[in-house]
Design a protein around this ligand. Sequence first.
Ligand code: NDP
Length: 277
Amino acid sequence: MVDGKTKIYGIIGNPVSHSLSPAMHNAAFAALAENRIYLPFPVEDVQAALAGLKALHICGVSVTIPHKETVIPSLDRIDPVALKIGAVNTIDIRTEEGARILCGSNTDWLGANRALESQIGLSQARVVLLGAGGSARAIGFGLREAGAGLVLCSRSEPKGRALAAELGCPWFPLSGLASLEGDVLVNATSVGMSPRLDASPVPAAILPAYQVVMDIVYAPLQTTLLREAEQAGCRTINGLEMLLYQGVAQFELWTGLSAPVEVMRRALLKCTGGDLS
Ligand code: NDP
């Protein structure tokens, strides 16, 4: 029950009505009987919103499109990996010496790494990462943090080469995938997303070369890429896992508690219409 002591969290973005984070975080708070609540905040004026969060003693927020970059100049602190990525998806709002301060970090890369580490150690892994958009950027810097070997492949050459240069890794066009070797393939493009359910970013013939295939697309959960990877004998990770573990990292940062991971996974599965079988 909400009362005068309830700690308030939320998500800022535009739109936020589709977000799965309220269901995931509120399920976790309820499971641990924590007097905390997580709300959607549609935000257009990000500077005004950040001042409001401080003034209203909101304890923390997730940040989503289009504000992941625009919040940065208004933060009091930013974690070094988020700074390299150039995007913040989490703000922790603390009181220090009587002042309210906004501390930004990025848990998208933590979510991707933790999802991958459930299947393979990253420090020795050779990872082929598909895409050069916002998610590929966060995942790429995260894989570098973990010490993984990295090759970036994308459709757009200038964008792909620029990101690969920042990541200090080679770039290949998607058409050059067949010539690459790796242990892990990560799809960070939007190919395979509903309604183009039959699309895959890679030909099925290249999949047997990989031990692990992760698709970050989560609508649908079982993409064509993952179905073909399973048929090729690869271990697969669906897009719900990155979403889950970026939320787990947020929960643990905000509360200092161990997150109820299974409760959070079930909440996400319920929202996405998935099942646990
Ligand atoms: P962006 O728009 O920033 O990037 C999309 C990327 O997909 C670009 O590199 C783009 O290539 C590439 N792409 C799009 N269409 C094609 C195509 N036909 N062939 C080859 N490449 C293509 O999106 P995000 O990085 O934010 O998101 C990507 C996907 O990840 C989305 O489906 C999103 O829902 C999902 N996602 C999942 C998360 C999770 O936690 N599981 C978190 C965030 C996103 P180009 O650069 O050439 O335009």
